[in-house]
Design a protein around this ligand. Sequence first.
Ligand code: ARG
Ligand code: ZN
Length: 875
Amino acid sequence: GGVRLEDYQPAPYTIDRVDLNIRLAPKATRVSARLAIRRGDNTAPGTALVLDGDDLKLTGLLLDGSALTFQDYEASPNRLEIPAPPSEPFVLEISTELDPDANTKLMGLYRSQGTYCTQCEAQGFRRITYFLDRPDVLAVYSTRIEARKGEAPVLLGNGNLIETGDVAGTDRHFAIWHDPHPKPSYLFALVAGDLARVPGEFTTASGREVELGIYVEHGNEDQCGWAMDSLKRSMRWDEKAFGREYDLDVFNIVAVSDFNMGAMENKGLNIFNDKYILADPDTATDQDYANIEAVIAHEYFHNWTGNRITCRDWFQLCLKEGLTVFRDQEFSADERSRPVKRISDVRLLKSHQFPEDAGPLAHPVRPRFYQEINNFYTATVYEKGAEVVRMIKTLLGEQAFRAGMDLFFERHDGGATTVEAFLDCFRDASNEDLDQFALWYEQAGTPTITVKSDYDSKAKVFTLSFSQSVPPTPRQADKKPMTIPVRFALVGEDGSDLAYETVSGVEVKGDVLKLQAPEHKVTISGVNERPIPSLLRGFSAPVILESDISEEDYLHLAARDGDPFNRWQALQTVALSSLTAGMEAARDGAAIEVDGLLVHALGTVAEDESLDPAFRALALQLPAEADIAREIGSDVDPDAVAAARNHLRRTIAREKGASFARLYESLEIDGPYSPDAASAGVRALRNTLLEYLAHSGADGDAERVRDHFAKADNMTDRLAGLTQLVHARLEGAEDALAAYYERHSTHPLAIDKWLTVQATDGHPEALEKVRALTAHPAFSFANPNRLRALVGAFATGNQTQFNRADGAGFDFVADTVLALDEKNPQVAARLLSAFRSWRALEATRRKLAENALRRVAEKADLSRDVKDIAERSLQ
Ligand code: ARG
Ligand code: ZN
């Protein structure tokens, strides 16, 4: 089984046109697909045509208008073969019958809260009709959608609306949509239901008037303003930053409440998980607002990177995803604070992608083999994929990068292409040799660079000795050295970047060192004082840096580095080393020592009014338990990690409590809630201080937390208050949970937060609570958001309780995966990947995690999705 990159062959037939007639009914939807098919140039006449299917029921088949006899075709739910098709172009008309109500996989055509919708990426179109369901088969689609008027007054498809009308003598109506842009089947979509439309309009740079629409359940119209605003800003930004205009007369977005992923970039008809559309101050946090902005931008940007230029095959997924994540990150950076955005993105990369890259599920940004493609929509493909694009920009510089992107759009518009072709554009636009760089797409595992520094004060020479290594990963034992761009400066006593004369021993471009060999001895001359090297500024490469820089020097960088990212990173580095030491002490039952210099440095950052409050908030947040575990790497005892972290937090809270309380009180924001980055930053700082106050042990502070919750006039503050009350186990926590539930019981997305707060409580009773909550009326096993908010949050956001020493956390998650697999394999597989770091645990937990994984792997009739994750995790 499985699919291999090297086995790629172009399809023997092409489909140029697809005319769909879809007559919707909840349990028996009839689909007729007229496919204009043509033999490929290199295909011998008489070659069999094999179409993909998945769980299909064939009800009719015509070839050029005539019925086929039994010997002319072979059909099963998963495949339709015409052994000897005509050698001249022909039309195949396929009729299938679907049951949208029974579709619990949420792939293909299904119903969410009564609304018909589709999800076709990666291979869902084959659950609608038989097709060459692969991204390199591009066709022009027309879609006629018919439904009962009462059930589905709104009928939406890809492209432009051509015609609407009633079906005479019935209670049904129809709409015909035409999409002039050839597209792969994974970008097909339809929506039909009783939805409200929030209108908008946008005029493109060249004057095209675009009608915008956001469709939501009735009653949610007033929660779409932010999404609409984000859409318009995204459309403008892509024109300015990349010269990309929108290319249809309509752009529609639909929010649905049952959705496997975040959102989907279907041509002209994006479909979203409603959590990335709906927002108002009472139910959405600042983080929700930021996520909505980013996901709206992401899906919109796919119109060029993904839709106009798509992937030749699914191994090239990063070609559209990594690139589009890079584009949405840049958009948010331009709309908000660039350093704060960069720090948040790197935090996400380190907390999600680094652990993936360090465990059994590690895979290259462009995998070469898969059993189930849905399991490759990963942090590696998305987030590391974005880092790879960012490094191209770093290596080439702004202008050559833009020239390469322009060339990419020019060369490949309308095509389905590869990573190689993408890199060729940058090579041709810059003359930069990217052969070694291309290893970033091929080699899994996070590289480590080790650096030793030396200053010769007489000769005024500073030396940096670099070495790099890439760890072995599944199916890749031996690694080659990579191209690693290290943006750097030498920081002087007063914090300024020191001048120097020459750099030798490595290729340099501006302030970027281009490491290419296993080792480089980099000599920098003309350095007039002992410098502190500020390395990997802006996180110029997704690597682990091990350096001989002392704690004192790191704290100097934390206080003075001209690069805000490295100021943040320096504090994290010091905190991590202090926390790993604390963890060892905790495990040995010794007293945990607290680093006074670190506590002092954090206090200083908190008070530094010259710094952006959002930055101060990030700087004050201690590395998460999962980050500490990743840093330790093996033989991890999550209880000891939590003990060390809690001890440090408590110490900071006790020592800085008074000044934090004063600062907290001074940060009151006047006026009504606004989600802008500046006010969000003030709230973030205030809420970060609140976390310390919740752990200071002072009665006055506990009262502050209760007040914070009670007086909150927006969700950001209310949720911060609730989280601290519950996680710090302060008096009033139960009342707050009840009050919150009461207030938000009719708003599922707000209830998700309530579930998550309880699921991420590090207390030993959390598991029992989570178990009980699975029976709560607000919880639904069939809804992916509810599942992720409760069980997903427990598995990935509760290190001590998921990794309980008695194995009960593992068993609970494994049981959930097994039960869910029968309904929704994709979400089940995603949940199972929470075990990705099991091998790094100490022996007892490791054995228990392995047992749970084996129990999953050994169950009969597993889906391919879950089987793949279970087997790779155990390899
Ligand atoms: N292309 C979508 C996005 O990046 C994600 C779709 C994921 N679908 C899946 N079946 N795994 O926004
Ligand atoms: Zn995407």
